[in-house]
Write a new protein. Structure first.
Length: 179
């Protein structure tokens, strides 16, 4: 007797083959795109640890390294000579904040990607509040640092981009596995 998962996998495989055959038979240009996308989704599954490494740890690491490369004052090291002293102000002043916002958005979208839409929206709101809350606490002089409105906007935009990218990855891989 087959389990429900085995039956579902068999039906998905049959559907994929039928769609591929239909496109190939009609000479449809989507044949190669669908075949390649399905094989890529099967080869590299987007698991939670991979998602956290790629969309949380890597942006945080990049933000920390940006302090060493572009900034003259590193919070945990003090003053130092930057590796690229004439970096554009956008990179020098706002990249680390955007990386922080993207990482928080990636974390929230990775952990709460399932469930009712209202619950996900609530967690996205909490994540956005945490992301921009650090900058607002700097404005209130509760958290060390200097408030900057551009940092606040960079964190908010990067948070939304992080949520959309991580949520999009989940939709793209699940859509390719079926289609």
């Amino acid at each position: 007797m087959r389990t429900q998962a085995a039956v579902s996998a068999r039906m998905r495989e049959h559907y994929t083959r039928a769609q591929t055959f239909r496109y190939a038979k009609a000479g449809h240009p989507a044949y190669h795109r669908r075949a390649m996308a399905a094989s890529a989704a099967e080869q590299v599954p987007v698991t939670l640890p991979r998602r956290l490494m790629l969309f949380v740890a890597l942006p945080l690491f990049a933000g920390a390294v940006s302090y060493l490369i572009w900034r003259t004052d590193v919070p945990w090291m003090g003053a130092h000579r930057p590796l690229w002293p004439h970096a554009p102000a956008l990179l020098r002043d706002h990249f680390a904040d955007a990386a922080w916002g993207f990482a928080v958005g990636g974390l929230v979208a990775s952990l709460w990607r399932e469930g009712p839409r209202a619950v996900r929206a609530a967690w996205y709101g909490v994540g956005l509040a945490v992301s921009i809350g650090v900058e607002l606490l700097q404005y209130a002089h509760v958290f060390p640092g200097a408030f900057d409105a551009v940092d606040l906007a960079a964190q908010a935009v990067a948070f939304v981009v992080g949520v959309l990218v991580v949520g999009g990855i989940e939709r793209w891989t699940s859509a390719n596995a079926v289609a």
